[in-house]
Design a protein around this ligand. Structure first.
Ligand code: COA
Length: 170
């Protein structure tokens, strides 16, 4: 099965900058009253020459489909874990095409390509199966005020081929 979309580093497709900032802001920060300009400022860190943080964009040519990020820290309670896959988002009209799965797998692959063997993420109970099915292993439960589960993925484990060649679902 060949994916009908591309995943690019935001550095390679900066035209999507405003859309990525908007989606991250709307999904996670607008409800907390954080200004869009603050999120856009943080996102500019993904455009510098440092390998981390990373922002990825799933797109079909000029059409934005979704985004994911790799950041140094996602939970202040657990500073010992780094880096994290975060801000996984697919626009509602494009969901259930394995774009989300591919964005997660590509973010993990990009971490492993830097010589880092472990990557973390946190998710609410609603998303538990989504990550379990991709080989992520829960290591901490009910963390923080949002009661999230913390998952780890180690290099060589999980559905790492998904970014290149998403498997056909039954
Ligand atoms: C979570 C999210 C990123 C998933 O994006 P997506 O592109 O729909 O992801 P996928 O298509 O890879 O998989 C989603 C589900 O659809 C299923 N699916 C994918 N392709 C399918 C197909 N052709 N037929 C039937 N089901 C399919 C997958 O099995 C998966 O099910 P699961 O969640 O029970 O494991 C998206 O729903 C989203 O942006 N949600 C809001 C933000 C959010 O919650 N982010 C995650 C925070 S932890």
């Amino acid at each position: 099965m060949t994916a009908d979309f591309t995943v690019s580093d935001l550095r390679q497709c900066p035209d999507f900058f405003d859309t990525v900032a908007d989606r991250i802001w709307q999904a996670w920060w607008e409800p907390k009253g954080v200004p869009l300009a603050y999120i856009a400022g943080r996102l500019t860190e993904n455009l510098n020459a440092d390998p981390l943080p990373i922002a990825l964009v799933a797109h079909d040519g000029p059409t934005f489909l979704g985004t994911s990020s790799v950041i140094a820290s996602d939970l202040e309670d657990l500073p010992q874990y780094t880096p994290w896959v975060a801000a996984v988002w697919v626009d509602p009209e494009h969901r259930k095409r394995q774009i989300g799965r591919t964005l997660v797998a590509r973010a993990a692959q990009d971490v492993f390509a830097l010589g880092i063997d472990r990557v973390y993420l946190c998710a609410p109970k609603l998303r538990r199966n989504f990550y379990l099915r991709q080989g992520w292993v829960p290591i901490e439960e009910d963390v923080g005020d949002r009661s999230v589960t913390v998952f780890v993925l180690e290099q060589g484990c999980g559905a790492s081929g998904a970014a290149q060649n998403p498997p056909k679902l039954p």
